[in-house]
Write a protein that binds this ligand. Structure first.
Ligand SMILES: [Ca+2]
Ligand SMILES: [Ca+2]
Length: 413
């Protein structure tokens, strides 16, 4: 009876230690914010454009410009009056758990917004208020215009539609009559997509989840430059990376701090001067050899070129090698032929991998492919916690042995 009690008590201590250590190892996956404003099946709507107070008007600067990953263009609303408040919305194909949003105000003299309401619908035509944003929240005043505003809701909002709503009272200075935005992103939390730098995951992705990647903190480099590489990832079509001279090959590269899942590419070439006909896209995993993931032969990048990979590539470096240029660029009559390789903007897509078991660890030594041997790991937070767990189990086991031995020797006396 007494022996059984000692055994049970020790088992309880061991179990407690086991659970605490499991918590320390952080088995739970970390969530990330994913922009779902352009998820498959989503539609975009807006109250009007300047001079056209007609819903979804394509004239002027349409609201669709708020969903293209470019911050140098804009939606320019119709005139803000008491009778004609202006708004921009996203309608989702099904109810979504919205965790937050981010908006960019256009850098023009036609907008000086001082607040707005964030509204949503959930299966009915009724708009409900999720948030009221004031001039103070935006840091907006007569001397300070806001450029971006990002908010994560305390509790996610379940919505079939989401909109930003502006009234005449929120238009700012007297000589401003409209509201102009350059981008709107709507976020949902999903399990972290960052894998382990495995290169080709071999896994297809959910096409409905394809979204632009945030390249704001990435590095950019190139084989040569008459205009800096960083210009090609600044979100503006007014700036570009340009190679020096018209010789090929030239390359342009984007580097991330940690591996990311890349599902596709989009290039905005400055087709006025540049006419790439042949290109390869290469991936380098953890500083290793470059591997070709896409080849364009005798094609044209035109002004806007998009390609989605078959499977997701998990890596920290992607390189575009421009191997041949043609002479079909749009230039003035009699102008010189292609003079350089020029990219106004290089965008990358990410997506949710189709996998039964999404990656739950960011351990850099793991590989997604079970046929590949794991690379030996440096101790990380996770593995140190695991060692701690082993120590506790060993110590607990010894204590159990000792207790039982003492009990036995007492019984033998
Ligand atoms: Ca835009
Ligand atoms: Ca640019």
């Amino acid at each position: 009876m007494k022996k059984g009690f000692v055994k049970m008590a020790l088992i309880c201590i061991l179990c407690t230690a086991l659970f605490s250590a499991a918590a320390l190892t952080g088995f739970a996956a970390e969530d990330v914010s994913v922009n779902i404003a352009s998820m498959e099946g989503a539609t975009h709507h807006w109250s009007g454009t300047w001079g056209n107070n007609v819903e979804d008007s394509a004239s002027g600067d349409p609201g669709s410009n708020c969903f293209n990953g470019i911050t140098s263009d804009k939606w320019g609303s119709a005139e803000l009056t008491d009778a004609t408040p202006q708004w921009i919305s996203v309608v989702f194909p099904s109810a979504q758990e919205i965790s937050g949003f981010k908006i960019w105000q256009a850098d023009t003299i036609y907008t000086d917004n001082r607040g707005f309401t964030v509204e949503y619908q959930n299966g009915t035509d009724t708009w409900q208020t999720a948030l009221t944003v004031t001039a103070e929240d935006l840091g907006a005043s007569d001397t300070q215009k806001w450029t971006t505003f990002e908010k994560e809701f305390e509790t996610p909002v379940t919505a079939t539609a989401f909109r930003i709503y502006f009234t005449a009272a929120q238009k700012g200075k007297d000589n401003v009559y409209a509201v102009e935005l350059s981008e709107l992103e709507v976020y949902k939390k999903e399990a972290a997509r960052v894998g382990s730098g495995a290169g080709d995951t071999g896994k297809p992705f959910d096409k409905s989840t394809v979204t632009f990647m945030d390249l704001q903190n990435c590095g950019a480099s190139a084989s040569s430059s008459s205009q800096p590489p960083i210009n090609a990832i600044d979100g503006s079509l007014d700036t570009k990376w340009g190679s020096e001279g018209n010789n090929v090959p030239q390359w342009f590269q984007i580097e991330f701090d940690e591996p990311v899942n890349i599902a596709g590419i989009r290039l905005h070439q400055d087709h006025h001067w540049s006419d790439v006909t042949d290109m390869t896209v290469q991936i380098s995993v953890d500083g290793g050899a470059l591997e070709t993931v896409y080849t364009l032969t005798d094609g044209s990048l035109g002004e806007d070129y998009e390609y989605l990979f078959d499977t997701v590539w998990n890596t920290d470096t992607i390189r575009f090698v421009f191997t041949k240029a043609g002479d079909r660029c749009i230039r003035e009559a009699g102008g010189a032929p292609t003079t350089s390789i020029d990219m106004k903007e290089v965008l990358l897509y990410t997506a949710v991998v189709d996998a039964e078991d999404p990656p739950t660890s960011s351990d850099p030594g793991n590989t997604d492919d079970p046929t590949e041997p794991n690379v030996p790991n440096q101790p990380t937070g996770d593995s140190m916690s695991f060692l701690f767990l082993i120590c506790i189990l060993t110590a607990g086991g010894s204590a159990l042995n000792l207790a039982l031995r003492q009990k036995r020797s007492l019984e033998n006396k």
